[in-house]
Each structure stands twice: as structure tokens, then as C-alpha cells.
Ligand binder design. Structure first.
Ligand code: IPE
Ligand code: IPE
Ligand code: MG
Length: 235
């Protein structure tokens, strides 16, 4: 089995999963968060090198105060637990997105986790928090425009490589494969630039139920794809 080098996941469906069980949405988030732990171990075992998960979007602030607060509480405990997950998987963790919007203690935990794991290189794990692709591109473009105005970058020299170096994902290869759980067929502002040539996989399985066997099933589907990059088959 050819395992994708970089898998991006939109972990969706926690709320509906819980509701179907007659439970509050927050229960779905707790289970979804637990599944995030397991999936890192599975990715490592399968030999995936990069994993990027969408955990909180720039649009998710629109949810009820109660739900947002519950998620923040969950991030606090998860970021702490993630130190152990990083250690056992020799996994480097980075957070992408505009983290300045979070409370200072959450920002501190992110900084601690990134610093703690910075030399690990067996799995590269990116968590998208307060992430939106358009926001990422605009933040990058603002910095790039400043560097152009100050003469650090020449406008005529701006190419894909330079532009990418201004994104939150600088230095991280583009995803080969994107999985979205729970049936929605959209990108919801996720990695728009980075996924220009990514293979997409959508499943009705809700995130809390997406286990190793579902992951293997998805990778098997990836293996059936014929990736051409604009070329012609067989050349
Ligand atoms: C994904 O599950 C987790 C987050 C976006 C934080 P949802 O909370 O979107 O669950 P559904 O889509 O409402 O079922
Ligand atoms: C996308 O899921 C964002 C995350 C998984 C964090 P949403 O559930 O927020 O997306 P929409 O609202 O269905 O597009
Ligand atoms: Mg959703």
C-alpha cells in the first residue's frame, strides 16, 4: 500500500454524532478529541510523515458561547496531554492559524508544546486552530507587502516558493490526501492554496467513529487514484 506522505483531515461531525446518541454536542467534542490521540498513533504506525488536522476554524467563533468555552477547555487539556503523545510518537507538533485570538494561557501551552517537540522528526503533526485559509493568506500577504515596501523582496521576484514561505505552513509539503468525515462535501476554508493538487476523500462516518480501519479504507481508495498533475498517463 502506497501511504500518502501528508494527510490533511477535516474532523467533522462531533456534534451530530453526540446528538444521535441523545447526548450534548460537548460529549461529541470530548470523544472527537480522544480520537485525535488514537489517530496520531495510527498515522505513525502506518508510516504517514505529515498529518494536519482542522480543529477550530476562524468561523467557529460563531457557535454558542457555551460551545466555544467548552472547546477552549478541551484545547487546554488536550495541549497538555499532547506532550505525552508527542514524546511517544517522536512527533513534532505545530499549530497553524492565528493563535493570538486565544487566551494567553492557551498561547503559552501551544508555545510549550511546539518548543518541547521541535526536534522530533518521525511524524509532523499540524493542528489548525483559529485557522482559515483566507485569513492565513491575508496575514501572509500583509507581511509580504511590508517586506516589498521595505525593499527586502522585489515584487518581480515573488514566485510560489517565496509566497509559500509567508504562509503558516511554510516548510511543510502540500497534502497528498484530504479526508473529511461526516458527509459534508466542502472545504470550509481549509488549506485552499496548499490543496491545489490534493486528492479528496469524503466519508459519512462521523469523526468520533473514524478509526484505524476507516483510515486504511481511505488510504486504499487513495491508492486507486491516478495522479497526473496535468500530464498524460504513461508518460
Ligand atoms: C467538528 O465537529 C469539530 C469542530 C468544528 C470544532 P462539529 O462540531 O462541526 O460537528 P457537527 O458538524 O456540528 O456535527
Ligand atoms: C470545519 O467544520 C471546521 C473544523 C472541522 C474545525 P465545520 O463544521 O465548522 O464546517 P461547516 O460549518 O460545516 O462548513
Ligand atoms: Mg461540522
Amino acid at each position: 500500500m502506497n501511504v500518502p506522505n501528508h494527510i490533511a483531515i477535516i474532523l467533522d461531525g462531533n456534534g451530530r454524532w453526540a446528538k444521535a446518541k441523545g447526548m450534548p454536542r460537548s460529549y461529541g467534542h470530548v470523544k472527537g478529541c480522544a480520537n485525535l490521540e488514537t489517530i496520531c498513533d495510527d498515522m505513525k504506525e502506518l508510516g504517514v510523515k505529515y498529518l494536519t488536522v482542522y480543529a477550530f476554524s476562524t468561523e467557529n467563533w460563531k457557535r454558542s458561547r457555551e460551545e466555544v468555552e467548552g472547546l477552549m477547555k478541551l484545547f487546554r487539556s488536550y495541549l497538555k496531554k499532547c506532550l505525552k503523545i508527542a514524546e511517544r510518537n517522536k512527533m513534532r507538533v505545530r499549530v497553524i492559524g492565528d493563535t493570538k485570538a486565544f487566551d494567553q494561557d492557551i498561547q503559552d501551552r501551544i508555545a510549550q508544546l511546539e518548543e518541547f517537540s521541535k526536534d522530533y522528526d518521525e511524524l509532523y503533526f499540524q493542528i489548525a486552530l483559529n485557522y482559515g485559509s483566507r485569513d492565513e493568506i491575508l496575514r501572509g500577504v500583509r507581511r509580504l507587502a511590508q517586506d516589498a515596501a521595505s525593499g527586502k523582496v522585489k515584487p518581480e521576484e515573488i514566485d510560489e516558493e517565496i509566497f509559500e514561505s509567508y504562509l503558516d505552513t511554510a516548510g511543510i509539503p502540500d497534502p497528498d490526501f484530504m479526508i473529511r468525515t461526516s458527509g459534508e462535501l466542502r472545504l470550509s476554508n481549509y488549506l485552499l492554496w496548499q490543496m491545489a493538487y490534493t486528492e479528496f476523500y469524503f466519508t459519512d462516518v462521523a469523526w468520533p467513529d473514524f478509526d484505524k480501519s476507516e483510515l486504511i479504507k481511505a488510504i486504499e481508495k487513495y491508492n486507486e487514484r491516478d495522479r497526473r498533475y496535468g500530464g498524460v498517463k504513461g508518460e
